[in-house]
Design a protein around this ligand. Structure first.
Ligand code: ATP
Ligand code: MG
Length: 659
């Protein structure tokens, strides 16, 4: 047998650990014995989790994997997803509990109880039915973070229609692609949206998108910006209808029908960090089971006591699973905020935490690093003592960002949970349990009870402790994707072909085990650099850079190099006022030496460029492929899912380099 090189060299070390307090551990929802219980009988464990829900008909089989990789969970079971998220809480006497504390960007607020939510969802369900929508039909939703977005999603679920939510900031062509791909019959949108204090048109873009769209019969328009929006809202008679005209007139009585456990619930396109977005299909019973279970176990959510806030947009899977379905199934009281974190000031999030006494806060590393850049004195001005659990999702969180989050937001008291998952996995897969795990900054650590994941090499052999490789999921899980919409071939090809012999799902991410066997995510395998034969992850070099006091954010890429194969090129954003002086040649040399000291001379960047911004997707992930284009002096590639396309010009024009 030939000797296989590991898929990744394992460089960075981290030895800090933070166990939960005794009190937190004693009161936690999830306990350590769940791991053994799930290992002993995985299907029995999941069946127990499914009992969290109300089933009109109980399943007769937990899992049917006979047509792998197409799974069926809770076979024969029937349930209504919206009933589980809303009605049953009202029936259990919690109608007066606030479900949503909504905060508009301009400062207007709405508190919506479960009883009101039930009426709103019922009316919207009746409205969709009146437009001819039936179970299985697709409805596209392009809305900003307003309550109607959640109501519209639940209304679809209630009647068995399949929603496809499109991020509110996406262009007409992105919307059109998604509408056509799913053949949506109805599109739900708004007149305009508030963004950084200004009203911007939304319906106008939707109209542009839908010109000649064959499948679309009706467009429902929520009035949000009203008279604050300049110009007329374009209107197509016969096709367009105002939400308030249509929905308000409906009856609040609606009997939820029980649907098959495998009834399609939604289609959602991935972020497009690595290429063309894929239309991921999720279904009902298994999905709702796993999002409810993980929301309870990972965030330690106590219904009726906690105030929860997930800062994601409903345009991303995090918004679907951890604003809408998981939390509402668990009778959450949650904050939903419409705007950006610095409108009208950089303390907006902390002001909201203080006002609503938020106890569980779930956000993304990109935002944590932005908060670091703005400075710790901003959160210090607010009372954040209500917080008790902090979460992170979306990218690997650099250990220094994790430490900053724990210290400056969590007062060194709140457990931090780094949750790894994907649009495709539907729910959290790898994460510490806040009352069980001694947390390590920067590590997602261990698959949740019921989940199985491994780090393997090129030959699908599991690597040992200290080894790096490919992250695979070797057992099916309830909230797994059921396919790519309309393209079974692409589904098999994209996720199941790399390790087909073993039947492993390959997620696209690299990872390593540390000496304790805990998992560290190392970014996309496509981003792995090869420097003089060493396979180095971008994440580790980025984390080393971010651990330097002058650096707020870093993105690292491998650029073709005549001597080493690839050379490491780093793009860094400097922190606050440190910015100017820290950009000089000496300071850059100090950063290179710092990386060398932290992880070894092999990882020393060939070049470091100071930039004002980094290219990110609309969901906040760094798009390294565009930086690789810069580093290799190529024309910049596809930028359609970039949050701000002017960033690339800023980077190209203002480069300060050391060479
Ligand atoms: P596309 O698949 O279209 O390129 P995407 O992978 O960015 O887009 P998502 O499904 O939104 O789309 O993101 C999932 C990915 O995000 C994971 O595969 C992983 O790379 C990254 N990720 C999410 N959470 C974490 C985490 N806690 N630690 C490390 N990486 C994470
Ligand atoms: Mg992906």
């Amino acid at each position: 047998m030939t000797e296989q090189s590991p898929a990744l060299d394992n460089l960075l070390t981290e030895s800090r650990t933070f166990p939960p307090s005794e009190q937190f551990a004693a009161e936690a929802n999830a306990t350590a014995d769940w791991y053994a219980e799930a290992d002993a009988d995985r299907e029995a464990f999941w069946a127990k989790q499914a009992e969290r829900l109300h089933w009109d008909t109980k399943w007769d089989r937990v899992l049917d994997w006979s047509e792998a990789p197409f799974a069926k969970w809770f076979v024969g079971g029937k349930l209504n997803v919206a009933y589980n998220c809303v009605d049953r809480h009202v029936e259990a006497g919690h109608g007066d509990q606030v479900a949503i504390h909504w905060v508009g960007e301009p400062g207007d607020t709405r508190d919506i109880t479960y009883a009101q939510l039930k009426d709103d969802v019922s009316k919207a369900a009746n409205a969709l039915t009146s437009l001819g929508i039936e179970a299985g039909d697709r409805v596209a939703i392009q809305l900003q973070m307003i309550p109607e977005a959640i109501v519209a999603m639940l209304a679809c679920a209630r009647i068995g229609a399949v929603h496809s939510v499109v991020f509110g900031g996406f262009s007409p062509s992105a919307l059109r692609q998604r509408v056509d791909d799913a053949e949506a019959k109805v599109v739900i949108t708004s007149d305009g949206q508030y963004r950084r204090g200004k009203a911007a048109a939304m319906k106008a873009g939707v109209d542009e998108a839908l010109e000649g769209a064959a499948s679309v019969q009706k467009v429902v328009v929520v009035r949000r910006t009203g008279d604050n929006l300049e110009g007329e809202v374009p209107w197509t008679e016969g096709r367009d209808v105002w939400w308030h005209d249509l929905v308000d007139a409906q009856s609040a009585e609606h009997t939820p029908e029980a649907f098959d456990s495998e009834q399609p619930l939604y289609i959602l396109y991935t972020s497009g960090t690595t290429g063309k977005p894929k239309g991921i299909l999720h279904t009902s019973g298994g999905y709702l089971t796993q999002v409810a279970y993980t929301h309870d176990a990972v965030f330690d959510h106590k219904p009726g006591k906690d105030i929860y806030w997930c800062t994601a947009d409903i345009g991303w899977v995090t918004g679907h699973s951890y604003i809408v379905y998981g939390p509402l199934a668990n009778r959450v009281t949650q904050v939903v905020y419409e705007g950006t974190p610095n409108t009208p000031h950089e303390g907006r999030h902390w002001e909201i935490v203080q006002k609503y006494k938020v106890s569980i806060y779930y956000t993304a590393p990109t935002l944590i690093r932005t908060f670091m850049k703005w400075g710790a004195d901003i959160p210090a001005k607010y009372d954040l003592s209500s917080l008790r659990v902090l979460g992170s999702v979306g990218e690997p969180i650099n250990p220094e960002a994790w430490m900053w989050y724990r210290e400056h937001i969590g007062d060194n008291r709140c457990p931090v949970v780094d949750t790894w998952w994907q649009t495709e996995t539907g729910a959290i897969m790898i994460s510490p349990l806040p009352g069980v795990t001694a947390a390590k900054p920067g590590s997602a650590q261990r698959p949740l009870p019921g989940i199985s994941a491994k780090v393997v090499d090129d030959t699908a052999t599991e690597v040992g402790k200290g080894g790096g490789g490919y992250l695979v999921l070797d057992k099916p899980w309830p909230s797994m994707l059921r396919g790519i919409w309309g393209d079974n071939e692409r589904y098999r090809d994209t996720y199941w072909s790399r390790f087909a012999d073993k039947g492993y799902y390959f997620a696209g991410d690299g990872a390593k085990y540390d000496a304790d066997g805990d998992i560290w995510l190392l970014g996309r395998v496509d981003d792995v650099m090869n420097v003089s034969g060493h396979r180095i992850s971008t994440t580790e070099v980025e984390s080393a850079l971010v651990s330097h006091p002058t650096v707020a954010e870093a993105a690292v890429v491998g650029a073709t190099d005549p001597t080493t194969g690839q050379g490491i090129v780093a793009f860094v954003i400097l922190r606050g006022a440190a910015g100017e002086e820290a950009g000089g040649a000496e300071a850059i040399q100090a950063l290179r030496d710092h990386v060398s000291k932290e992880i070894g001379p092999i990882a020393k960047p060939r070049q470091i460029m100071v930039v004002p911004e980094l290219p990110k997707t609309r969901s906040g992930k760094i798009m390294r492929r565009l930086l690789r284009d810069v580093a290799e002096n190529r024309a910049i590639g596809d930028v359609t899912t970039l949050a701000d396309s002017s960033v690339m010009d800023l980077i190209s024009s203002g480069l300060k380099t050391d060479s």
